[in-house]
Ligand binder design. Structure first.
Ligand SMILES: [Zn+2]
Length: 268
């Protein structure tokens, strides 16, 4: 202990996989090392001291030893087990969606302190009694920001003119909103080259734009004070999920589950 081969870090467990009969490979998101994969030896044994601290949706403090390939978790202590998330199916689905997005968007060993703070903050928010699905939208929007994909919501990404309070068009491939004039030109061009398999942009209402702009520049507490009606909530969900799907280029497993649960808010 105490040699340079050992180091300590806090982190949120993103996922786990069995390794052999008794061990686990865990994927952790840490503030100082970004995403990290490590071996938790004996974590699958019934009496393992590591086991419970290595479950996904757990914030733990860990001592690791440098390994030849993967580092090895030698000790772990739970900082927050987020029981409110684990004891409620809908909240758990929300939490797992957050973890899956962090995993999908990050590579190993790339630190991002702000993203770690957002992850922890989001898990805390989702544990609150009166939380709604809009917390996930706030998370998605800020995740995009911290990873360099912040959508441009003020000016048209094609002609750079300020956007008017009308229905504008969100384009994931262009990185933000397109004004109606540029969007019709864009559509004509797409029809000419017969790229109609996936629409290049989709409409975004004035109300949805207002909410997204506010969320982009406020904290979680302020975002929660915005009352979003179910119709608008659906629109925001579709807009951000479509945007994210374009970037990660695949369907997210936890999102499918979350949609199946289909719950707008948790009853108090
Ligand atoms: Zn334009």
């Amino acid at each position: 202990m105490g040699t340079s081969r050992n180091y300590q870090t806090q982190g949120v467990i993103l996922k786990q996989a069995k390794l052999g009969e008794f061990d686990k490979i865990i994927t952790i998101y840490t503030p100082d090392f970004g995403k990290l994969r490590a071996v938790a030896k004996g974590a699958c044994r019934a009496k393992s001291k590591l086991g419970g601290n290595m479950e996904p949706l757990t914030h733990s403090l860990m001592l690791l030893a440098k390994g030849r390939n993967l580092d090895i978790v030698t000790q772990a202590q739970t900082i927050n087990s987020f029981l409110a998330l684990k004891n409620d199916l809908w909240r758990m689905a929300c939490g797992l969606y957050v973890l899956e997005l962090i995993d999908a968007f990050t590579i190993e060993s790339a630190e991002n302190h702000l993203l770690f703070e957002l992850l922890l903050d989001s898990l805390h928010q989702l544990s609150e009694p009166d939380i709604s699905e809009t917390a996930l939208r706030y998370f998605e929007l800020h995740l995009l920001h911290y990873l360099g994909y912040r959508p441009q919501l003020r000016r048209c990404v094609t002609c750079d003119s300020p956007l008017k309070p009308v229905v504008n068009f969100l384009s994931p491939s262009k990185g933000g909103l397109i004004c109606p004039a540029c969007n019709s030109e864009e559509n004509i061009r797409h029809e000419q080259i017969e790229v109609i398999a996936r629409k290049p942009s989709f409409p975004l209402s004035v109300e949805a734009l207002k909410v997204l702009r506010l969320w982009q520049s406020c904290d979680y507490a302020t975002s929660r004070r915005v009352k979003v009606k179910p119709g608008l909530s659906r629109e925001l969900e579709q807009a951000l999920c479509e945007y994210i799907r374009y970037i990660v280029q695949r369907e997210l497993k936890s999102l499918t589950w979350l949609k199946q649960l289909g719950k707008e808010t948790v009853s108090p």
